[in-house]
Design a binder for this molecule. Structure first.
Ligand SMILES: Nc1nc2c(ncn2[C@@H]2O[C@H](COP(=O)(O)OP(=O)(O)OP(=O)(O)O)[C@@H](O)[C@H]2O)c(=O)[nH]1
Ligand SMILES: [Mg+2]
Length: 198
């Protein structure tokens, strides 16, 4: 008997990128609105469903994140890469050595069919780089985003949804209210002279 309840279309989306580039923070930002300041590396596989309201109804992105060991291991079938519909490849634009970003990308392209939709984004665009580096500029010709300051964080999902549902006018609404990242207090050590009033 039909219940009348419509199933939310669900898309399996893997997210890959160098360790610490911000994959979990990105997912959590969309899930809770908060920015995870503390680094807690991911081990094993985590699957989190993100449901977005869109101009064509709700869409669910089932986000698969794996620790590095998940996509470098080659023996046996790997559930991480099974029935992947799209992939978000995240680079860390604040890395001193931009080449480090490519190991995860390479591992993924070896296992995922070239037909699978991919979206490359460069996270941590809020980080001020000490000196300009032309090589870096060349490598990072991709959407710059900041999970921390919530810049362009919806762009990968909107782009993928438009391609998957073949609807170039599809608009996505943020799932949650994005809260400001906690302010970092940097206390410089100052020498206090004896006898000074406080
Ligand atoms: N400045 C800045 N830091 C960020 C940003 N996104 C994430 N981070 C920080 O980067 C660190 C690592 O973030 P995670 O989200 O754990 O990185 P990950 O890619 O999931 O790491 P693994 O699970 O080890 O592969 C954390 O301390 C985050 O606070 C950003 O946009 N800007
Ligand atoms: Mg992680």
């Amino acid at each position: 008997m039909a219940t009348g309840r419509q199933e939310v279309p669900t898309v399996k989306c893997i997210i890959v990128g160098n360790e610490g580039c911000g994959k979990s923070s990105f997912i959590q930002r969309h899930l809770t609105g908060q920015f995870m300041q503390q680094y807690m590396p991911t081990f094993g596989i985590t699957v989190i469903k993100l449901i977005f309201q869109t101009t064509r109804g709700p869409i669910c992105f089932e986000m698969w994140e794996g620790g590095k060991a998940e996509y470098v291991r080659s023996e046996g079938p790997n559930p991480f890469f099974k029935k992947v519909q799209c992939a978000i490849v995240m680079f860390d634009v604040s890395l001193k050595d931009p080449a480090k970003n490519f190991a995860a990308f390479r591992a993924m392209t070896e296992r995922v069919s070239p037909d699978v939709l991919k979206y490359v984004c460069g996270n941590k665009a809020d980080v001020k780089l000490s000196k300009p580096n032309n090589r870096r500029k060349k490598i990072y010709r991709c959407t710059k985003m900041s999970v921390k300051t919530d810049v362009n964080t919806l762009v990968p999902f909107q782009h993928l949804a438009r391609r998957i549902f073949k609807d170039s006018s599809l608009q996505l609404m943020s799932r949650t209210t994005m809260l400001p990242a906690p302010v970092e207090h940097i206390f410089e050590e100052t020498e206090v002279e004896e006898g000074e009033d406080h």
